[in-house]
Design a protein around this ligand. Structure first.
Ligand SMILES: Cc1cc2nc3c(=O)[nH]c(=O)nc-3n(C[C@H](O)[C@H](O)[C@H](O)COP(=O)(O)OP(=O)(O)OC[C@H]3O[C@@H](n4cnc5c(N)ncnc54)[C@H](O)[C@@H]3O)c2cc1C
Length: 853
């Protein structure tokens, strides 16, 4: 503040001295405007500075002969400025008429919609909308940590569960997990991570919950998907937050002990993405329940795609509740409501299964015809009737940050862990395939994406543990983490070549690749999430003024409404001017002088985020002002703005993650790659947004303010990519840190452990191989074409020692085992058949679907 005052005084003094030269006065004036707007000082500061400058210009005896029109215009402007500072006048002349026009444009909104929109909290996403994000705030938040109990769970039950899991046996032969795994999951509390301890649950932090899913997912998508669902949006979470004491006391201990298996049914054949349009009904009426006539609900519903439904013992059901006879009150259409329906309720049809892309986790349809249940089956009782949508949206803001981002990150970590090792031990053209530039680029992308995904899921989980319910970040994570996961899966497949394609017990990639579309589709399909949700929700929820303006317009107290609207409107105008100036100045200076915390090597990335934040905020305001509600229909524009927001968010998570980990210097290439990639994407998406802006003139003006020197940001370089690939093609600490929580135990059933073992042996094996090639093959002393033959000959002619021969043979044997794939007789390939060399746990696999429940 002191600095700002001094600069203002200096400007005034300068103007005083040079007042007689009009041009210099103009320059001083522009300088003052730019400075004040850049620093975002209040309107009164601007007015005072303007008054002093104009007074100096006009009154000083030596000033240049005034131009009457010019000076008159300036005094008129000053008068208007002072008027803007007098609130009663400003309200009467500007804010009130403006509010009237605004109210005509504002679409009506039900209470439910309003509550859903306001669900969750605004966190770092809100800062990014300000154009001036305060990184001090983000950096001050605590790094997420595991408690000893949570760590013990990861090292104990999680490790054991991963060891028990046999993917081929489960996905191909049984199409289900064996009873001993189901029992283990239930008895060890895997389904009770979010249930409070007082009800017998584990009550894990969001971060621990996420880490467990990462680990399970690194072993198998099916395991992680099965575990994620009861811990996410569903009966336990809804009961925990909204259930009556009686419901909690009844269900939560039973869910914690695994005596009840929950599912949650929202989707149906007619209502997929547009879930709020569900046609399933619950009619309040009289009926018989356990021999007594009561007022209850008659339910009719048809649901599909419901995870765990085939084996669920209790169904969380979303339906639209009606009270045509007004038995409960005045309202006929009560709204979306959630209830818990026990499996044995008459009329409920449940048990059949879908088959999700060869990853047969329990998933299926369910329906009900005239199912009559008491009103106290409604979660939270009748007082929560009609609150279902708000409940779901509120809880989704937490669950969506954890389940899919963690599962996809776990899968990607496993993909990087395996691919780095495989690309090192797999040789073609006498070289590790990972050393070819093309492969290197794919591995670099895998590493950079996985680092970004891990940063996003862990820092956001830490924020949840700090009390946030970040609804907009939950959509950003859902979309971007799963999309990056899809790319990582593609790259892993490409680098593995045929090894990734041939299914069988030895294939550790195929099922992970197959399950990717599930993550893309559930909890808000990705195209919809990108096009409609991220920016659509963010623009209203996170913008510093939009929600305030909307709430002011809807305030039934008109006087108070005008008052609130006036503050928001004038704050908004100043905010937009400031962002225009900041965007332009930071683009010209490449944000070199932008203030950010002292963070060492990563400082420039903080500065770039601040720059893009100002440009983004400016583009958002111009878009909303000129396109209004039409922006929602222009999905490609909204999607691009959502991408810019997401890129800034993800880059911020990367920077915070690096700080959380104690700034390991070895990780800097990963941080640089990840930030560079995100900021490059932000630049490209913002540029595309401007190029496609419907108003060409405004689009051009914005381009001038945002990219005055064109696009200046470059994607990560090949050199940087090589550093990333090297980090996982070698047994480095970076690789270990990046792949933390991956199930890598060395045991016969775990390809990842075996790959790591071979990777550790690779450097010394390669040295011996090189000697055989140089001293043996090239000199003609070694003539064999195959490796075992070459080892024997090299030993015989004294190129390598006995010990070296033994270790190279051992290495070669392991490599051949790892690059091997399965083959079958036709009858062996049929699902359910005993596979050759199956790693079956030995349980009877004639389990009927659902029997495990
Ligand atoms: C394996 C699996 C497990 C599931 N588990 C559960 C569960 O436990 N409980 C539950 O209730 N549901 C569950 N679902 C349902 C899931 O949430 C829905 O599949 C999802 O909401 C999408 O609905 P849909 O498949 O009908 O696609 P549709 O709604 O038909 O969408 C088709 C395409 O159109 C796009 N689209 C739709 N509207 C828009 C728009 N306005 N703008 C842009 N694009 C749009 C979508 O992004 C999608 O790409 C599960 C689904 C699967 C596949």
């Amino acid at each position: 503040m002191l600095g700002a005052t001094l600069v203002i005084l200096a400007l005034i003094a300068a103007a005083w001295y040079v007042a007689k030269v009009g041009t210099i006065f103009t320059l001083a004036f522009i300088g003052a405007v730019v400075f004040l707007a850049y620093k975002r000082l209040p309107l009164i500061a601007f007015t005072v500075v303007f008054t002093l400058l104009l007074a100096a210009y006009t009154l000083l005896p030596w000033h240049a002969p005034p131009s009457g029109i010019w000076e008159g215009f300036l005094w008129l402007m000053l008068a208007a400025l002072w008027l803007f500072n007098i609130r009663p006048l400003r309200k009467a002349l500007i804010s009130r008429p403006f509010l009237k026009a605004y109210m005509r444009l504002l679409p009506s909104m039900s209470q439910t919609e309003k509550e859903a929109l306001e669900a969750g909290t605004v966190w770092w996403d809100g800062e990014l909308f300000t154009g001036k994000p305060r990184f001090e705030k983000l950096l001050a938040s605590k790094a997420p940590q595991l408690t000893p109990e949570e760590q013990a769970f990861l090292d104990g039950p999680c490790e054991e569960l991963c060891r028990m899991y046999d993917d081929w046996d489960i996905t191909h032969r049984r199409a289900d997990m064996p009873p001993k795994i189901w029992d283990y999951l239930k008895s060890k509390g895997f389904f009770a991570m979010i249930i409070p301890k007082k009800y017998g649950g584990l009550e894990f932090s969001a971060y621990a919950h996420s880490c467990v899913l990462v680990k399970l997912s690194s072993r198998a998508g099916l395991l992680a998907a099965t575990t994620a669902v009861p811990n996410s949006l569903g009966p336990a979470e809804l009961l925990n937050h909204y259930g009556t004491e009686e419901q909690k006391n009844h269900y939560l201990p039973r869910l914690a002990r695994g005596e009840e298996v929950p599912c949650f049914a929202l989707t149906g054949p007619r209502a997929g993405s547009d879930a709020a349009a569900l046609p399933d009904t619950g009619i309040v009426c009289r009926g018989m329940w356990q021999g007594r006539e009561i007022v209850g609900l008659k339910l009719n519903f048809n649901k599909r795609y419901i995870t765990l439904a085939p084996i669920a013992t209790v169904v969380g059901l979303a339906f639209r509740m009606f009270d045509p006879d007004k038995l409960l009150g005045d309202r006929e259409d009560i709204g979306i409501t959630c209830a818990l329906i026990p499996r044995n309720t008459p009329g409920l049809s449940i048990g059949r299964r879908h088959f999700p892309l060869n990853v047969p986790f329990q998933n299926g349809p369910l329906s009900g015809k005239d199912v009559f249940v008491p009103l106290d089956f409604i979660i939270g009782g009748t007082k929560m009737a009609g609150q279902g949508w708000r409940m779901l949206v509120e809880q989704l803001s937490v669950g969506r940050c954890i389940s899919l981002p963690s599962n996809t990150t776990g899968g990607s970590k496993a993909g990087v862990f395996a691919t780095g090792a495989y690309a090192r031990i797999r040789r073609q053209f006498n070289m590790s395939v990972g050393k070819f530039e093309g492969v290197e680029a794919a591995i670099a992308r895998m590493v950079g994406y996985t680092y970004t995904m891990d940063a996003a899921r862990s820092v956001t989980a830490g924020a949840i543990d700090g009390g946030e319910k970040p609804s907009v970040p939950s959509a950003m994570l859902k979309y971007h983490v799963t999309e990056m996961g899809r790319q990582v899966a593609n790259d892993a497949m490409d680098v593995h070549g045929g090894k990734g394609i041939q299914l069988g017990p030895r294939n550790y990639l195929g099922r992970g690749y197959q399950i990717i579309p599930v993550a893309i589709t559930v909890e808000g399909a990705n195209i919809l999430t990108r096009s409609l949700i991220i920016f659509g929700q963010g623009a209203i929820r996170c913008h510093p003024f939009v929600l305030k303006e909307m709430n002011a317009a809807r305030n039934p107290d008109r006087r108070q409404g005008v008052d609130e609207f006036d503050s928001a409107l004038f704050g908004h105008i100043g905010f937009t001017i400031s962002n225009a100036v900041r965007s332009f100045i930071m683009a010209l200076t490449h944000a070199r002088f932008t203030h950010v915390p002292e963070v060492g090597d990563t400082k420039r990335y903080y500065q770039h985020i601040v720059r893009f934040s100002a440009s983004f905020a400016l583009a958002v305001d111009v878009a909303m002002l000129t396109l209004g509600g039409y922006l929602k229909k222009k999905e490609n524009l909204s999607a691009r703005l959502g991408d810019v927001l997401s890129s800034m968010y993800l880059a911020s998570m990367v920077l915070k993650h690096h700080e959380n980990q104690g700034r390991p210097a070895d990780d800097l290439p990963l941080v640089e790659w990840a930030c560079r990639n995100q900021m490059y994407r932000a630049q490209e998406q913002l540029h595309d947004f401007l190029r496609n802006f419907p108003n060409r003139f405004l689009g051009g003006v914005l381009r001038l303010l945002i990219f005055p020197g064109g696009r200046s940001y470059f994607a990560p370089s090949d050199r940087l990519g090589r550093e990333l690939a090297d980090a996982v093609l070698n047994p480095t600490e970076v690789r270990d840190r990046l792949c933390r929580f991956v199930y890598r135990t060395l045991e016969p059933g775990n390809a990842l452990g075996l790959l790591q073992e071979a990777l550790v042996m690779a450097p010394s094996a390669e040295t011996i191989e090189k000697r055989i090639r140089v001293d043996g093959v090239k000199t003609g002393k070694v003539t064999a074409l195959d490796v075992p033959g070459q080892i024997t000959q090299a030993l015989a002619v004294g190129i390598i020692s006995e010990t070296e021969a033994a270790s190279l043979r051992e290495y070669d044997r392991k490599v051949m085992e790892l690059i091997g794939v399965d083959d079958f007789e036709t009858h062996e390939m049929a699902a359910g058949a005993q596979a050759p060399e199956s790693q079956s746990s030995g349980d009877d696999f004639q389990v009927a679907p659902g029997q495990v429940a």
